[in-house]
Write a protein that binds this ligand. Structure first.
Ligand code: NAD
Length: 278
C-alpha cells in the first residue's frame, strides 16, 4: 500500500499517514515502532517529552530501512525554548534517536506566558540551517502565535500540529494555514477515545455504507481534508486497520455530515488549551 505524500514549504515531502507514539512507555516504544514499520508505516511522530525517543531510535536502527525512506518528527519541550537550549535539545534528541537529522522539528507548545516561543522559532531556523532538521514547524500555535513568529522572523512554519478531530476542528487555524502554505497535522485524530465519536450517526452510517470501521472513516475524513495524521495504537491489529484507509472515498455528503459534528463553541476539545498551558 502506498501512502500519499504531501509537499512541505521546504520542498521536502511528508507521508500523509504516520504513526504517533504519545503515551507509549519507553520500554514498549521499540516493539510498537518495530511493528508499525512492519505494517508499512514510514512516518513516526515522537517528542522529547514522550521520553521514548531511544525506543523509536532502536526500532529504526534494527529495521534496516534506508534513512531516506523514513520520515521522523520530534519536538522541542516547553522548558527548553530560551537561550541556546533548543540547540542542546535537538542534539540530545538526535543522539537518542540515533540519527544525524530529523525530517521535522517542532516547538511543542507556545506557552505564551513565558514569551519565549518566538525566540525558540528563531532557534529552529538555525537548527534547520545547520542541517539538523530538514523542515521545521510548530505545534499548538493559534493564529496570534503564528502571526507573531512570522512577523519576527519572516519564516513560515511548514506545519502546525494541532488538536483536530470532528468535534474540534479549529477552523481559524486551518484558515491561517491555508493562507500561508502551512500544512495541518491533526493530533488526537480519533479524539483520543475521550468522546463517543465512533457511535456518532454520521460516522457510523458512513462506516456501514463502505464496509469499514468507524476509526477508518474518521481517518479517511482527515486525509480527504488534506490533514496529516498519525494515530496511535500499541495493538498491531489496530495499526493495520489504521493503515488500511486508502481503499475507499467518503462522499461529499458524508464529509459534510462529519464536518457538522463540531459544535463550534470549543466544547469538543479533549486536550489542553494553548493559552492555558504554560
Ligand atoms: P488518537 O486520537 O490517535 O487516539 C489514540 C487512542 O485511540 C488510543 O487510546 C487507541 O487505543 C485508540 N485507537 C487507536 N486506533 C484505534 C482504532 N482503530 N479503533 C479504536 N480505537 C483506536 O490520540 P493521540 O495518540 O493523542 O494522537 C496521535 C498522535 O498525535 C500522538 O501519538 C502524538 O504523536 C501526537 N500528539 C501530539 C500532541 C501535541 O501536543 N503536539 C498531543 C497529543 C498527541
Amino acid at each position: 500500500m502506498t501512502v500519499p505524500t504531501l509537499t512541505l514549504n521546504s520542498g521536502h515531502t511528508i507521508p500523509q499517514l504516520g504513526f504517533g507514539v504519545f503515551l507509549v512507555p519507553a520500554d514498549e516504544a521499540e516493539k510498537a515502532v518495530t511493528e508499525a514499520l512492519e505494517v508499512g508505516y514510514r512516518h513516526i511522530d515522537t517528542a522529547a517529552i514522550y521520553r521514548n525517543e531511544e525506543g523509536v531510535g532502536a526500532a529504526i536502527a534494527k529495521s534496516g530501512i534506508a534513512r531516506d525512506e523514513l520520515f521522523i518528527t520530534t519536538k522541542l519541550w516547553n522548558d527548553r525554548q530560551a537561550g541556546d537550549e533548543p540547540n542542546a535539545a535537538i542534539r540530545e534528541s538526535l543522539e537518542k534517536l540515533g540519527l544525524d537529522y530529523v525530517d521535522l522539528y517542532l516547538t511543542h507548545w507556545p506557552t505564551p506566558q513565558k514569551d519565549t516561543y518566538s525566540h525558540a522559532w528563531s532557534k529552529l531556523i538555525e537548527i534547520r540551517d545547520a542541517g539538523l532538521a530538514r523542515s521545521i514547524g510548530v505545534s499548538n500555535h493559534l493564529p496570534e502565535h503564528l502571526d507573531r513568529i512570522v512577523a519576527d522572523t519572516g519564516v513560515v512554519p511548514a506545519v502546525d500540529q494541532i488538536e483536530l478531530h470532528p468535534a474540534y476542528q479549529q477552523r481559524d487555524v486551518q484558515e491561517w494555514a491555508d493562507g500561508h502554505g502551512t500544512l495541518i497535522e491533526s493530533w488526537g485524530p480519533l479524539g483520543q477515545g475521550k468522546y463517543p465519536l465512533f457511535e456518532n450517526p454520521a460516522v457510523a452510517t458512513a462506516a456501514e455504507a463502505h464496509g469499514v470501521t468507524p476509526a477508518q472513516v474518521v481517518l479517511r475524513w482527515h486525509l480527504q481534508h488534506g490533514f496529516i495524521v498519525f494515530p496511535k495504537s500499541t495493538k498491531v491489529e489496530r495499526m493495520r486497520e489504521n493503515f488500511d484507509v486508502f481503499g475507499f472515498d467518503l462522499t461529499e455528503a458524508e464529509l459534510a455530515a462529519i464536518d457538522a459534528i463540531d459544535p463550534q463553541d470549543g466544547s469538543g476539545r479533549v486536550g489542553a488549551h494553548p493559552l492555558e498551558l504554560n
